[in-house]
Design a binder for this molecule. Structure first.
Ligand SMILES: Nc1nc2c(ncn2[C@@H]2O[C@H](COP(=O)(O)OP(=O)(O)OP(=O)(O)O)[C@@H](O)[C@H]2O)c(=O)[nH]1
Length: 301
C-alpha cells in the first residue's frame, strides 16, 4: 500500500463521518468507528451483520432512525426497494434522539455499496429556526399589530380570492364596513392608550360574533371590514345587527370605569363578479348614511 493510501485509510478510519462498505449481499464488510457508533454495531459483528439486521435490531432497541410508520418490516421492504436502485442516493434521516443525518449510498456495478453518514443536526436546527422566523415574519406582514386581525393588504388579498371562488359558484357576497362612532372623542377624553384598547376590544367582540369562515380585517384607523361569503343581504343585515348590538352591550372595561362604545355599519351585497373596490365603495356610501342618520346603526346599500 502506498503511503498516501495508508494515510487515506487512517483518515477514513478516524473520520467523524461514518463510512461503511456493504457487499452485494448487503453484509457489512467494513465500517469505521464513527459508523459503528452511529449504527450501534460492535466491531466483531463486522462481516456478519446485514443492513436490514442492523435496522431491525435498532428498531427493537428503540434507537437510531425514526421509523415514521412504526412498522419495521414495511420500512425494510421499502429500503430494499430503493437501495441499489440508483448508482448514487442522497437522503436525510432523523434519529429518535433528535439528531439528523445526511446519508449517501454509492453502489458499483457489482452491487458493493459505500454508505456515508454525516451529522447535520446543527444545520437542520438552524434551518428549522430560520423557517420558524420566516413564518413569524410572514404572519407579521399580514397581521394588524394592534388588534391581531388581518391588515389591509391581507384582507384585500383574501377577499379577492374568495370573490373569485364565490363568483364561480354564483353565491352572493357581502362586505360590512364597521366604523367606531366618535372615536376621536374616546382618544381625546381618555387618551390614545385607551383608544387602542377600544380598538382591540371591538376586534375581539366582532370576531366572537362571526362564523369561523368569515373574514375580518382592519383597514386602518377605526375602520374594520368583514367579508361574508355566500351571504345575501338579509342574512348580512342579521349578522351586522348582531355585531352592532354586541358592541353596544359590551362596554370597554378599564380600571375604574366602563366606556360605552358603538359602531356604524355599512353593508354591501353583490352577486355578479364584484371586486373588493366595488363592494367597498357601496359599503362606504352606506356607512356614510348610517353616520348621517345618527350613528350606532346598520345601513344597507
Ligand atoms: N388610539 C388610536 N386612535 C387612532 C388609531 N388610528 C386612528 N385613530 C384615531 O381615530 C380618530 C378618528 O377620528 P374621526 O375620523 O374624526 O372619526 P370619529 O371621531 O370616530 O367620528 P365618526 O366616525 O364620524 O363617528 C382620530 O382621532 C385618529 O387619531 C389608532 O391606531 N389608535
Amino acid at each position: 500500500m502506498q503511503a498516501y493510501e495508508k494515510l487515506l485509510m487512517d483518515l477514513l478510519h478516524s473520520s467523524l463521518d461514518g463510512y461503511a462498505l456493504f457487499g452485494p449481499d448487503d453484509r457489512l464488510v467494513y465500517a469505521n468507528d464513527a459508523f459503528l457508533s452511529l449504527m450501534y454495531v460492535f466491531r466483531d459483528e463486522v462481516g456478519r451483520l446485514t443492513f436490514d439486521a442492523i435496522l431491525r435490531r435498532n428498531f427493537h432497541q428503540g434507537r437510531a432512525a425514526h421509523i415514521g410508520s412504526g412498522d419495521i418490516e414495511q420500512f425494510i421492504a421499502y429500503v430494499e426497494s430503493v437501495r441499489r436502485s440508483k448508482p448514487y442516493r442522497l437522503f436525510e434521516v432523523d434519529y429518535l434522539d433528535g439528531r439528523w443525518f445526511l446519508m449517501s449510498e454509492q453502489t458499483d456495478a457489482m452491487g458493493n455499496m459505500l454508505l456515508q453518514i454525516k451529522d447535520i443536526t446543527k444545520q437542520k436546527q438552524s434551518e428549522q429556526h430560520l423557517q420558524a422566523a420566516l413564518y413569524k415574519y410572514h404572519v407579521m406582514a399580514l397581521t394588524d399589530e394592534l388588534t391581531g386581525v388581518a391588515n389591509r393588504r391581507a384582507i384585500q388579498d383574501s377577499v379577492s380570492a374568495e370573490l373569485a371562488r364565490c363568483s364561480r359558484i354564483g353565491a352572493a357576497m357581502t362586505i360590512l364596513l364597521v366604523d367606531l362612532d366618535h372615536f376621536k372623542r374616546v382618544n381625546d377624553t381618555y387618551g390614545h392608550h385607551i383608544g387602542d384598547l377600544a380598538l382591540k376590544h371591538c376586534a375581539e367582540v366582532m370576531k366572537a360574533s362571526l362564523r369561523p369562515f368569515d373574514m375580518i380585517g382592519r383597514l386602518g384607523g377605526e375602520e374594520f371590514v368583514v367579508f361574508l361569503g355566500n351571504t345575501d343581504s338579509q342574512d348580512a343585515r342579521v349578522i351586522a345587527e348582531r355585531i352592532r348590538a354586541q358592541i353596544q352591550s359590551l362596554p370597554l372595561q378599564t380600571p375604574g370605569r366602563e366606556i360605552a362604545l358603538s359602531v356604524s355599519i355599512g353593508v354591501s351585497t353583490q352577486h355578479h363578479n364584484p371586486t373588493f373596490e366595488s363592494l367597498y365603495l357601496e359599503a362606504d356610501q352606506a356607512l356614510y348614511e348610517a353616520k348621517s342618520q345618527g350613528r350606532n346603526r346598520v345601513t344597507l346599500s
